[in-house]
Design a protein around this ligand. Structure first.
Ligand code: SF4
Ligand code: SF4
Length: 309
C-alpha cells in the first residue's frame, strides 16, 4: 500500500519558511482552529469545496448537477448565486458540480497524493535546492498528522542531499510523530501563548500537550528547533508576552526564534469556504515598533530572533 496524504497546496520557488529556494507542501487537517488562521482550507481533514464569487456567472449549473441538494440559490448583493450546504457537500464523492461549472468558480481544495507522486514533483527542483541551499518545507494544516508520509519524503530528499523543514503547531502524540521529527532537518514550532485558557479561547484547545512536546524537543533535539512566535492582536501583541516567552525558551535551552507579524492575507479564503473570518481583533494592526521592541526583549533573553513575513 503506497503512502499517501491529503495535499491542499504546493508552492515552488518560495523564499521563506527555510533557507534558499524552497517548495512548500501543505498537508490537510489540523487539530487547532486558530482564529487568525491564513490557511482555513487546510483545517478540515478532508477536501473542501471552494466557491469564488468573482468567477461565478450565477448560471446555477452546479445546483442542477448536484444530486444531494447541497446547492441552493440565494440573492447576494443583488445577484443570484449558489449557496453550498457544507454538511451535505463534504459527504459527496461525485462532485458533479465541478464538472458542470463553466467558469471555474468552483474548485476542490485538497487531494490525496502518494509519496511517489509528490516526490516526482519535488525532484524536478532538486538542482535549485542544491544551488541555493534550499529544500522542502511541510506546512498545513498540521503536517505531523501525517508523520510517515513526511518521513518518507524527507528520507527520499535526504538521499539527494536535500533537507526538510516541518512547521508544526505542536498538538500531536509524541510516539506517532516520532518518525517525522527524526527525519526533519529543522522544526519550526509555533508557540502562540503560554496561558492554557487564552490558548483555548483563540485556538479551540488548551496548550498542555503543545508545551510538553516543546519541552521534550528542547531536551532531545534543541539544535533542530526554531520557535515561531505569531504576533496576533489581542493574543500575543505585548512586550510582556515577549519577555515571558523569552524567559521560558532560554530556560529550556532554546536559542532561535522568529516573530511572525499578523497579516490578513487569508481573509478572502474564508468567503470561498462560506465562513466568516473568526478573529475578533482582526481590524487592529500590530505597530512595527512593537515588533521591534518584542524582538529586542527576546534578544535580551539570550535568543537569536528574526522577523519573518
Ligand atoms: S461536491 Fe457533490 S454535494 Fe457538493 S455541491 Fe458538488 S455535487 Fe453537490
Ligand atoms: S456552475 Fe459555476 S458559474 Fe454557475 S452558478 Fe455554479 S459556481 Fe457559479
Amino acid at each position: 500500500m503506497p503512502r499517501s496524504a491529503p495535499v491542499f497546496d504546493i508552492q515552488s520557488l518560495a523564499v521563506h519558511d527555510g533557507e534558499g529556494l524552497r517548495t512548500l507542501v501543505f498537508l490537510q487537517g489540523c487539530p487547532l482552529r486558530c482564529s487568525w488562521c491564513s490557511n482555513p482550507e487546510g483545517q478540515a481533514a478532508g477536501p473542501q469545496m471552494r466557491w469564488h464569487a468573482a468567477k461565478c456567472s450565477g448560471c446555477l449549473a452546479c445546483r442542477d448537477a448536484c444530486t444531494r441538494g447541497a446547492v441552493m440559490a440565494e440573492v447576494r448583493d443583488g445577484r443570484t448565486v449558489p449557496a453550498i450546504d457544507r454538511r451535505l457537500c463534504e459527504a459527496c464523492r461525485e462532485r458533479a458540480c465541478l464538472e458542470r461549472c463553466p467558469t471555474g468558480a468552483l474548485a476542490l481544495s485538497g487531494r490525496a497524493m502518494t509519496a511517489e507522486a509528490l516526490f516526482k514533483i519535488l525532484r524536478q527542483d532538486i538542482r535549485l535546492y542544491w544551488n541555493t541551499g534550499g529544500g522542502v518545507t511541510f506546512g498545513g494544516g498540521e503536517p505531523l498528522l501525517h508523520p510517515d508520509f513526511v518521513a518518507d519524503i524527507a528520507g527520499r530528499l535526504r538521499a539527494y542531499g536535500v533537507g526538510t523543514v516541518v512547521e508544526t503547531c505542536g498538538e500531536w502524540d509524541w510516539e506517532a510523530a516520532a518518525p517525522a521529527l527524526e527525519a526533519a532537518e529543522r522544526i519550526y514550532f509555533d508557540l502562540k501563548t503560554l496561558g492554557p485558557e487564552k490558548h483555548r479561547r483563540f485556538t479551540g484547545r488548551p496548550n498542555e500537550t503543545i508545551l510538553a512536546n516543546l519541552k521534550r524537543l528542547a531536551e532531545t533535539r534543541p539544535g533542530k528547533m526554531i520557535i515561531s512566535l505569531p504576533v496576533i492582536p489581542g493574543l500575543s501583541d505585548t512586550l510582556e508576552h515577549a519577555r515571558e516567552i523569552g524567559a521560558l525558551l532560554a530556560g529550556w535551552g532554546l536559542r532561535r526564534a522568529r516573530l511572525l507579524p499578523y497579516h490578513r492575507l487569508g481573509i478572502g479564503k474564508y468567503e470561498t469556504l462560506g465562513r466568516a473570518y473568526p478573529h475578533r481583533s482582526g481590524d487592529r494592526d500590530v505597530p512595527p515598533a512593537l515588533v521591534v521592541a518584542m524582538q529586542d526583549a527576546l534578544i535580551s533573553a539570550g535568543l537569536t530572533v528574526t522577523v519573518d513575513g
